[in-house]
Design a binder for this molecule. Sequence first.
Ligand code: CTP
Length: 400
Amino acid sequence: MLSGKRILLGVSGGIAAYKAVEVLRKLMELGAEVRVAMTRNAARFVAPLTFSALSGKPVLTDEFSEDGWGPMGHIAVTDGLDLALVAPATANIIGKLSAGIADDALSTALMAAECPVIIAPAMNERMFRNAFLQRNVGSLRAAGIRIVEPDIGALACGTSGQGRLASPDRIVQAVQAALSLKDLAGVTVLVTAGPTREPIDAARFISNPSTGKMGYALAIEARNRGADVMLISGPTHLHPPQGVNYRSVTTAAEMHRAVREHASQCQIIIMAAAVSDFRPKEPFERKLKKEEASLAVTLERTEDILQGLGDARRGQVLVGFAAETDDLIRNAGYKLKKKNLDLIVANTIGLPGRGFASDMNEAVLMERGGKITELPHMTKTELAARIMDAVVELKKNQGL
Ligand code: CTP
């Protein structure tokens, strides 16, 4: 049920705009209070009157009109929102959202919305495959916006492919899932993400290909489930997710210090960062000149942050990752025991379409008690949800 939930339904200008009427009806049947904001083009497909009559509220279509929502309509319509949903979401609104552009009623309202956002894209399949569109969808996903993937089937333009707006039922289910699962409310979660960089000299460093996507997806999932999240991140191109406490670090030593500062206040700790195991023993302060024919750099071990947490654990759920090229289960199982973890997320690296830098991954969850769950190939967002399900279960079993 969605009673008492305030939802903004954003409708953008595609042929599927008529299906938003059904989405509105279903949300209202479940008890939600729905406010509607439409783009001008959406209003060419379906009259705002249809939405206002069904929602019992004025529809925001013009950011300069004082009717309905008053002189600051784009702010008023987002006050106290629990969730914003854009269905259908055109390539245009997706592009604006990912670029931070606010130039009409819907995009300004979305800019002002401080709540979880769901978008349900709908467009021609060639448009949906477009590299820029996919990049924009990827950056929205990385920022914690949920995507209800379009269905595959007949399209309005006469062709067939992926691009049909997801069914109203699927969209409403996504809304319910986003609003109902608060099984980490009040729980403190520490997540580390991304690579570390270990300087060789003033211009060079040792690092690895981690992009932080898995750790950020975990931080977002924990936030969505009501947790108070601390994300400690090595250098990445990702934006700090909204509603998450954030600390940026560069080296393994900095990450170690930051984790030590926060760990004791956290009930769940997930080390998703790809921490460098070695650092140059004596980094050069200046930039090295290439006069030498060869250069020997002596490396020393960095602290194993997770090992330290495992050795000193007290009433916490501790999760590590294992990136392996060979013997996945044996190597990850060894790390699970050695580092005294509750759960290790084991994944094979070096295969296309998974692991470092990919939006997808394929992992095996191995628990302290011996339970092994082999998960199929899925998005890192979905994997984050599966990992968090396992963490919640472990937390319950430990009576925490
Ligand atoms: N880790 C850590 N500190 C390090 C190295 C790794 O906390 N200095 C954590 C990672 O965040 C990850 C887990 O340990 O959760 C395993 O990392 P991985 O690189 O797979 O294993 P290592 O323990 O470094 O072992 P090896 O490199 O020998 O495979």
